[in-house]
Design a protein. Sequence first.
Lengths: 234, 337
Amino acid sequence: MAYLNCTNLTAGYGSGNIITDCNLYADIGKVSAIVGPNGAGKSTAMKAILGLVNLSRGSVILDGNEISSLSPQDKIAEGMAFVPQIENVFPSLTVEENLEMGAFLRKDEITRSLQEVFDLFPALGDFRRKKAGDLSGGQRQQVAVGRALMTQPRMLLLDEPSAGVSPIVMDSLFDMIIKVANSGIAVMICEQNAKQALEIADVGFVLVQGKNRFTDTGKNLLANDQVRKSFLGG
Amino acid sequence: MLDLVNALTLLANFVLIPGITYGSQLGLGALGVTIVYGILRFSNFAHGDTMAFGTMVTILLTLWIQSLGITFYPLPTALLMVPFGVVITTILVLGIDKAVYAHFRQVNAPPVMFVIASVGVMFVLQGLIRLIIGPDDQSFADGARFILRAREFKEYFGLSEGLSIKVTQLMSLVVTFLLVISLFWFLHRTRTGKSLRAYSDNRDLAQLSGINPDRVVLYTWILATALATIAGVLYGLDKSFKPSVYFQLLLPIFAAAIVGGLGNPLGAFVGGFVVAFSEITITYAYKRFFAYLLPEELEPTTLLQLLGTEYKFAVSFLILVIVLLIRPSGIFAGKSA
């Protein structure tokens, strides 16, 4: 079984369900990508996994343990980390303080992890004393991912990492996501930018109107005519 | 030349020193307000009465140990009892939080509900204080009164104007500085302090980082209550303790916090001085000051007072209006949009 296995996720805000019976999974060292048109419920699916949106049905199994009833904080303690799409840094804290906050629950020495993040994002090292709110969109995104990595997660969830980032930065961001996965972390991203996301994805989920439409390897999905025509613009 | 020195001494004695004293006291009060606003996201109208309650507890404890014959000469005895006043008041405030605010946090109520709830808390505290200590003036300052006496200063320098510095005035300044420095150290250098700032910045992300909101709330109330009690005791020592005056202090305190940018501790501190100096310079009568500087035939016949002291609260109002019109986020850009 996959490291993170979500079955029959059904969730939404208020009375209506935005996603129905979604099945998603992710594995250590692999990238899973949730793609689909606007309003397909990509973000909602991810938030439902974390418990930020109430789950009305379905199960979330992390490393063999059923965790769907845990609060978001307890899921963080279980080794999950989440990078929201917006407001994903502490703007008035410095870059270094942002990273320290990611390590809030850790009792061990964090200097090494800090160094690892600065190795992964060399640009941040130069700005470590700068306020995160003063950084550019791409740099902020790096701080956001860095903060999440500081929790030492086994499972990293990224909500639209490429939103508000310039095309050049986007490429390096996707490279970085592969690097993170290769370091022994299960990565799940949901992306508006379907083509690029599927290029780096080991497995892709195409959601339409809150339901699984296609599930396959990223490569197969890119090669699939139907997927290409409907979601990738030909 | 001597006239100029006399004029400046006069100003130092009646504007500069009282301004610094009052400014420190307001700054401490505003720090408490701004911390609650920045972290718990509401304007706490009960802050003035929290100050009064803390001061009252300190006064009662002071009277008690004075009756045992313990004093703290040359400093006021009340200083010894401040830590106990802080502890007792904090216990009360945490109880109030559990009984009142915790519920509104649970249901994720909008800030205005918290504000109204805090008005309720304010009334209850006012009643409680009047029940326990009564509505009258209490003078509880003892110990040495002056560091520098006006008469000695006059004789020493051969001036006709004196400069006096009261123990309570210097104490206000020194205590405020120590508190502000340690508060900033706490917020910027300790893990807990950083977590408070992180929570203030972005609640959801703080929770996603594993920061426990209950802890944040607890520390916030402890900080705010300690600041309120100390500010109240300093003010009471310098002037006197009267419950209704503490309630009225709410206005200049909020003005100070808003001038500095609500939610910004440095701003609140600076705002305290801005409001204090505006109030004092506008209500001071400059007749004698100009009498020194101008030739005899031009000597002013009126008081040269811009506004009577009974209107001093109008100054805070005016500052509030001007700031909200021109720079709603305050000098240092706080969190209020």
